[in-house]
Ligand binder design. Structure first.
Ligand code: XMP
Length: 534
């Protein structure tokens, strides 16, 4: 079920001005969308090759942004913007590759040699433009972020130079009459100081967007949409304890009240106190009908004797679906099963990415998500957050008045503590790990570091080592601590704790948790490591 629906473009936010971003495959295209939305402008990212003329025309964008990309416009089969982009009479802003293809398509020239600039660079501002108004003054020397091999060498008719850099004589160009703009640098990344202001000038000054896309308006519109979609039908929403499913549930509940039933499958692999918190918040605080299914024994016995990480993940995913299915069957209306399934799908899951490689990417881990339910489940999806980025989901949670500690929670994987106990899982190991993890997070919170860290957790290693406590020999497990900073979980750096902090956590864990006599800190980044240990 999920595939076809997940691939549809998100619903158009008709009443708001909106901008279309055509993606040529840059690593930072999503940042363009984020910058625009931060200034209250709704926008969508479409792959350049899935934007036929009639689709673009029907979308009626106020302006179009052409993203960067990894290819060279000098290559024979390199991508081009659909010609309609330059014929609709709307402003166009080409960024890096987007600038180059615009120049090439409008009759200018791009060259490849001796022009590489990567990283921080400076431009000299030579002229005024609507985009630089109140941001860059004529004569200024401004910091930007570059990442290009080719550069524009000859401008198409009607264009003039607004700024230049050492490696890019046409670093910023404009055809003021047609409102076509092009930059060789990336205004969407934070290293281009004032880049967000330049983009805002494009959307607000040049395209005339009002910037009225706020979380309050999103909330009100989604509530209407949910009501229109489900009518008087029943909706089921799986809760994981995480932010996405929680915000989804609270929003849907606001729209349709008791037509929503939440299902929380307690795998027995959650952290200490987590299940109680979920039940408390949803059943007691929000009064949302909740099926709390304690399936911990099933999961524990199903995992008995299993050490292989992939088999563990698959078994957990399979058992989860089975239990969830059974719970869902209990939710019915007039003797008929619930028709709708809510999922906390986010925009990054929906954006179709531009792939130049062609082949499928390698499976590093088979992810299990609460949303990852069976293909044969014949339910219609309700996905009110398909248009949001993660930080926007948090903003929506705040808008809905959800508790701050819930909203700011670190991500927690679907398979739970099972993938933080390499090797065989036993109840004893789960209990030991829970205690160590609680102490570690307690110390992180007490030090005020929780919000600086993307994710922090303890791992119980399948290794026993010798120690000495009092005068006695011990032979207990090793506990590894992990903490990383990240913006999206795709790459990560280990967190540079003070030694004194690590020492304090280690002492507490060894003193307070029976079964652990040694603590180590994981200093691996991702890549080459992954965040979780399995
Ligand atoms: P890795 O370990 O792949 O993790 O670097 C990246 C992010 O994904 C989370 N993660 C999962 N989340 N189901 C989830 O919902 C999973 O099976 C799963 N595996 C890893 C991980 O915690 C980190 O935030």
């Amino acid at each position: 079920m999920t595939q076809t629906q997940a691939q549809q473009a998100p619903a158009l936010q008709k009443d708001h001005d909106h901008i279309l971003i055509l993606d040529f495959g840059s690593q930072v295209t999503q940042l363009i969308a984020r910058r625009l939305r931060e200034s209250g402008v709704y926008c969508e990212i479409w792959p350049f090759n899935q934007a036929p003329e009639d689709r673009i025309r029907a979308y009626k964008p106020r302006g179009i942004i052409l993203s960067g990309g990894p290819r060279s416009v000098l290559d024979e089969d390199s991508p081009r913007a659909p010609n309609i982009v330059f014929e609709m009479g709307v402003p166009v802003f080409g960024i890096c590759y987007g600038q180059q293809t615009m120049v090439e398509q409008l009759g200018g020239k791009v060259e490849g040699e001796q022009s590489r600039e990567f990283g921080r660079a400076f431009v000299d501002v030579l002229d005024h433009s609507e985009i630089t108004t109140n941001v860059w003054d004529k004569g200024a020397h401004e910091q930007v972020w570059m990442s290009h091999g080719d550069h524009v060498a000859e401008l198409p008719q009607g264009f003039e130079v607004i700024a230049k850099s050492d490696g890019a004589p046409f670093a910023f160009i404009a055809d003021k009459k047609r409102k076509f703009y092009g930059v060789q640098f990336h205004p969407e990344v934070v290293h281009t100081l004032h880049g967000a202001d330049l983009l805002k000038n494009f959307t607000h000054n040049v395209c005339g967007c009002k910037g009225d896309w706020t979380m309050a308006s999103f909330r009100a519109e989604q509530i209407e949409k949910i009501r229109a979609q489900v009518g008087d039908g029943k909706v089921i929403c799986g809760l994981s304890g995480g932010v996405d499913s929680s915000v989804t549930a609270v929003l849907i509940h606001e729209a349709i009240g008791d037509q929503l039933t939440c299902i929380y499958v307690d795998t027995g692999l959650m952290r200490a106190g987590e299940s109680e918190q979920v039940v408390n918040l949803f059943r007691n605080h929000y009064n949302i009908p909740l099926i709390h299914e304690d399936a911990s024994e099933k999961f524990l016995s199903g995992l008995e004797g299993i050490s292989d990480p992939e088999i563990k993940r698959k078994l957990i995913g399979g058992m989860f679906i089975e239990v969830f299915d059974n719970c869902a069957a209990r939710v019915s209306k007039d003797g008929k099963p619930a028709k709708f399934l809510a999922q906390g799908t986010l925009y990054p899951d929906v954006i179709e990415s531009v792939s130049f490689g062609g082949g499928p990417s390698e499976t590093i881990k088979s992810h299990h998500n609460v949303g990852g339910l069976p293909d044969d489940m014949e339910m219609e999806l309700v996905e009110p957050m398909r248009e949001l980025f993660k930080d926007e989901v948090r903003a929506l949670g705040r808008e809905l008045g959800m508790p701050e500690d819930f909203i700011r929670r670190h991500p927690f994987p679907g398979p739970g503590l099972a993938i933080r106990i390499p090797g065989e899982i036993t109840q004893e190991k789960i209990d030991i790990l829970r205690k160590a993890d609680t102490i570690y997070l307690d110390e992180i919170r007490k030090s005020g570091l929780y919000d600086e860290i993307w994710q922090a957790f303890a791992v119980l290693l399948p290794v026993k080592t010798v120690g000495v406590m009092g005068d006695a020999r011990t032979y207990d497990y090793v506990c590894a601590l992990r903490a990383v900073t990240s913006t999206d979980g795709m790459t990560a750096d280990y967190y540079p704790f003070e030694h004194e902090f690590l020492g304090r956590v280690s002492t507490r864990i060894i003193n307070e948790v029976h079964g652990i006599n040694r603590v180590v800190y994981d200093i691996t980044s991702k890549p080459p490591g992954t965040i979780e240990w399995e």
